[in-house]
Ligand binder design. Structure first.
Ligand code: 0O2
Length: 268
């Protein structure tokens, strides 16, 4: 069998991970831009370590020359959500993209069917086409979708699994199962205060968008208004921002918009 040039072979898998991260991060940005709660909190990804690829291939009796066809998680992307409900939303978003820029091959719901270890997460295997110098290539990737709490648990358990070479002692296994249930209870409790949290997030996002708009309007007025007037606007903005009154900031922004119209009319 030919010696594998891992660096070269794994390059397209890296490209797939990079592109997928950008795409999922952009979904988050789109929601935030509209002042809406994003079902995606964080996105992360990795190409499986060479040692893990070889280890998994051995475990499954896959010859190394077949490993790139058979292993579906050489490219892996992880999407972290705030609430369990957000996971369903992310799953729908991915399903909706199937046949467009990716194709859903398989779904595994380890939230409904919790693993014996206590592991919870929703897995979707996709086919993701990338374009390379010599043409199109389909890359299989595993998307893991889970809450912050599920991720906390999985990260700790994964490290212990590594430490004990996959054979975690029974008492530790039991304690980890208890922790998994505690994490799930935390998720359920969070769901009960979801509306409150969504409301808070909305207020923060609305204010952030409003402040961005005000600063943008002030910036545009620099081209038309006198320096003294600009100092006045800046001063007023700082006062209102410190007062933390969204209604007043909203009114101030309206005044800026009227002002922008007036100046434009005057100088055109
Ligand atoms: P890594 O280092 O994350 O890449 P299996 O052989 O049955 O365990 P399989 O059939 O490849 O796994 O698919 P499965 O069950 O969907 O698991 C794929 C990945 O899910 C794993 O990759 C882990 O990332 C994660 N996972 C599954 N079960 C557990 C678990 O009990 N604890 C934790 N922490 N993660 C889990 P790898 O290749 O095992 O590892």
């Amino acid at each position: 069998m030919e010696v594998i040039n891992w660096k070269e072979v794994l390059l397209p898998y890296e490209q797939a991970v990079d592109e997928l991260i950008v795409k999922f991060k952009n979904i988050k940005k789109e929601y935030e831009m509209k002042g809406l709660h994003s079902p995606i909190e964080m996105v992360d990804g990795r190409v499986k370590a060479i040692a893990s690829i070889i280890g998994k291939a051995n475990k499954r009796n896959i010859p190394l020359d077949k490993v790139f066809d058979k292993l579906e998680d050489i490219s892996g992307v992880r999407i972290i959500c705030r609430f369990v409900e957000d996971i369903d939303k992310v799953v729908s978003l991915i399903r909706e993209r199937s046949g467009k820029d990716m194709e859903v091959l398989e779904e595994e719901d380890y939230i409904t069917n919790t693993k014996k270890s206590g592991y919870r997460s929703y897995h979707i295997t996709i086919n993701y086409p990338i374009i390379r110098v010599d043409g199109k290539m389909n890359i299989k990737a595993e998307v893991q979708i889970r809450t912050l709490a599920m991720n906390f648990w999985a990260t700790i358990e994964h490290s212990l699994r590594y430490k004990y070479n996959g054979k975690i002692p029974d008492d530790l296994k039991n304690r980890l199962q208890v922790c998994a249930e505690a994490a799930f209870m935390l998720d359920n409790e969070m769901t009960t205060i979801r509306d409150e949290l969504l409301e808070a997030q909305k207020i923060i996002q609305t204010k952030k968008n409003l402040v961005d708009e005000i600063l943008n309007n002030i910036h545009n007025l620099y081209f038309y208004a006198k320096v003294e007037k600009m100092n006045e606007f800046n001063q007023k903005f700082i006062e209102l921002y410190q007062e933390d009154n969204v209604d007043k900031l909203f009114e101030f922004n309206k005044q800026l918009e009227v002002m922008a119209q007036l100046y434009k009319v005057k100088y055109v």
